[in-house]
Design a protein. Structure first.
Length: 122
């Protein structure tokens, strides 16, 4: 048979609010199973609250998307800049690293623009 100890379990000692909840139980010498049962209930409530937050976030994003206020990341290059980038690449006067420096973008952006243009010779 397990008996209560003078110290609460280590996870509870790290959280003052939880320690306050279980502090009165340790003075009454309740079995450890009861104290851990209380902590299990607290964990279940915390998980439930986290699920509610996730659901509300998804709901809010759906509403914003329906209103047209949810935007994705803006492209680094405009359509005309991307067309110019591809034409410079096709001319063969600059390497991809130089093109990236000219347009102030990463090399991966240059490669993606070339791939979208349908030029397989990178």
């Amino acid at each position: 048979p397990s008996t209560a100890t003078s110290k609460p379990p280590k996870p509870v000692r790290n959280f003052p609010s939880a320690n306050g909840c279980t502090g009165s139980y340790s003075t009454r010498r309740l079995p450890l199973g009861t104290r851990s049962g209380v902590l299990g209930i607290l964990a279940m409530v915390a998980e439930f609250e986290a699920d509610l937050i996730r659901a509300r976030t998804r709901e809010g994003m759906a509403v914003a998307k329906a209103k047209g206020r949810l935007r994705r990341k803006q492209p680094k290059l405009s359509k005309t800049q991307e067309a110019h980038l591809v034409s410079v690449h096709r001319a063969g006067t600059h390497t991809t690293v130089e093109i990236a420096e000219l347009f102030a973008v990463a090399r991966s952006t240059v490669y993606r623009a070339i791939k979208r243009a349908g030029d397989a010779t990178v």
